[in-house]
Design a protein. Structure first.
Length: 182
């Protein structure tokens, strides 16, 4: 994304980071652990006959470290490293910039819809369907296949739209024989 499209006018919209859902799950687990710890504090400070739930866990570490503690520590470090990688993973692009004096963004599906609507307005086109994939816009129009200038006229009609968006830059127009309703 170059700074010449929208110089200094807001940030590009992006998808939610994967770390969001990881953080939510870890947060729920930590809240559950806090509830269990709060229950144990209540049990130890009150006159109840209930037993604390965490006392057996801490009893494991009374005298010597169990043999599983080293592999568990290595696993915890690997999980921590994976979580750091997830947190630093760049978010997926969801929008394309539109050349404008203000910050303006649109989704590829909306570019495709605008291209289909623009192509339908070209004389000789009965129907149009388009799709944006990567940096190309594919437009399939139903019309007279014997008209050699139909594809060129559709491309010319799409030029203002394509010139205003940051991507797609390549337009592929395919003319198909229009279907006759029986």
């Amino acid at each position: 994304m170059s700074d010449t499209v929208n110089p200094g006018y807001g940030q590009e919209p992006r998808a939610n980071p994967f770390a969001r859902w990881t953080t939510i799950v870890i947060g729920i687990l930590l809240v559950a652990l806090a509830v269990i710890a709060g229950r144990d504090i209540w049990v130890l400070s009150s006159q109840t006959t209930q037993q604390p739930w965490l006392k057996p866990v801490f009893g494991l570490f009374n005298e010597s470290l169990p043999s599983w503690i080293v592999p568990a520590s290595i696993a915890a470090m690997i999980i921590g490293l994976i979580l750091v990688i997830i947190a630093l993973k760049p978010r997926k692009r969801t929008h394309r910039a539109i050349t404008s004096p203000i910050s303006l963004w649109t989704r590829p599906v909306d570019i495709s819809r605008m291209a289909s609507q623009t192509a339908r307005k070209v004389p000789g086109v009965s129907n149009a369907h388009s799709a944006v994939k990567g940096s190309s816009l594919s437009v399939n129009v139903a019309g007279d296949t014997t008209d050699p200038s139909l594809a060129e006229r559709v491309e010319a009609a799409l030029a203002p739209l394509v010139n205003r968006v940051d991507s797609p830059k390549q337009v592929k127009v395919r003319v198909q024989q229009e279907e006759v309703n029986k």
